[in-house]
Design a protein around this ligand. Structure first.
Ligand SMILES: Nc1ncnc2c1ncn2[C@@H]1O[C@H](COP(=O)(O)OP(=O)(O)OP(=O)(O)O)[C@@H](O)[C@H]1O
Length: 278
């Protein structure tokens, strides 16, 4: 949800997120995305359970953003992508799906409150919803400040509030915790958990493997392919380590060996460590 995604603007009744959709919120089958000459997602199949937090994890360039863009309906793709029972990008989904991009898209000349009010108005949300969304992201003290005067982490949280105010059934968050200190990061994960408990489905990308432990289910992407969909404890078991980053690297290495005996270049050339250093 951002000014750069006008497709999400609109009016009309917004279903409350306390009314969970039964079964899968998203199902993807045979998804392939080509960008230019490159195949950036290759024959991907998975489903995302409703009312759960699904983590989308993978090294830089593995296709996380492309996959999220496909789910929210702004990326051309082949294959089938069903979102809340409708094809991705269906006009009815505009009121049901919130998308927070990696780069915060807010109006710099408006205050935090005015930004959130603007997006709330598109979904017929009033003052209490605006106040709740701002409180949820810990920006009450900054509510009257112009967005232009905020830090990078605060700006990201304004974007998140602009999505939360609509109370979407599916919330797609591209690296929402980047640039946040550990306390705010923990606060946000608590908020995500509460949203899921109230029935919202969350798809959250991250490059910080420790964050995987906050998710109910994980999608592990590597080079445009889905390596696995599993729970954090299954990841630890399959990767033979309680360090989830190490466990993922083990799975990557095994996959490369399986795919043709590629030398175990994964740990450092996977982009994973570079990514963590950002
Ligand atoms: N506009 C574009 N045109 C062509 N290729 C693109 C375009 N945008 C991204 N790609 C390529 O698609 C692949 C997947 O990119 P994507 O942004 O989805 O990865 P990501 O996992 O989200 O990366 P990051 O974690 O760095 O944001 C990359 O190889 C990237 O170079």
């Amino acid at each position: 949800m951002s000014p750069s995604t006008p497709g999400f603007a609109g009016s009309g009744p917004v279903p409350d997120s306390s009314n969970p959709v039964a079964g899968a919120a998203v199902s993807v089958s045979g998804l392939t995305v080509r960008r230019g000459r490159d195949t950036v997602l290759q024959n991907v199949d998975f489903s995302i359970p409703a009312g759960r937090i699904t983590g989308l994890l993978g090294p830089s360039g593995s296709g996380k953003t492309t996959l999220m863009r496909t789910i929210v309906g702004v990326q051309a793709a082949s294959g089938a992508v069903q979102v809340l029972g409708r094809p991705a990008g269906h006009p009815m989904l505009r009121h049901l799906v919130g998308y927070v991009t990696q780069s915060p898209s807010v109006y710099p000349d408006l205050t935090v409150e005015a930004n959130v009010r603007y997006f709330g108005a598109m979904h017929r949300k009033g003052k209490p919803d605006v106040a709740e969304a701002i409180a949820a992201v810990g920006l009450v003290p900054q509510a009257r400040q112009k967005a232009a005067d905020l830090s990078g982490g605060q700006l990201s949280r304004v974007s998140l509030a602009c999505a939360l105010v609509a109370r979407p059934q599916l919330l797609v968050l591209d690296e929402p915790t980047v640039g946040l200190d550990p306390v705010l990061r923990a606060d946000l994960w608590n908020r995500f958990r509460s949203l899921a408990e109230a029935g919202t489905t969350l798809l959250v990308s991250s490059h910080v493997m420790e964050e995987a432990s906050h998710c109910h289910s994980l999608l592990l992407l590597r080079g445009g392919k889905l390596l696995a969909q599993l729970t954090p404890s299954e990841l630890a078991e399959r990767g033979r380590s309680n360090d989830l980053e190490q466990a993922f690297l083990t799975i990557i290495t095994e996959q490369e060996d399986h795919d043709g005996g590629i030398p175990a270049r994964s740990a450092h050339s996977a982009g994973w460590h570079d990514r963590r250093m950002r």
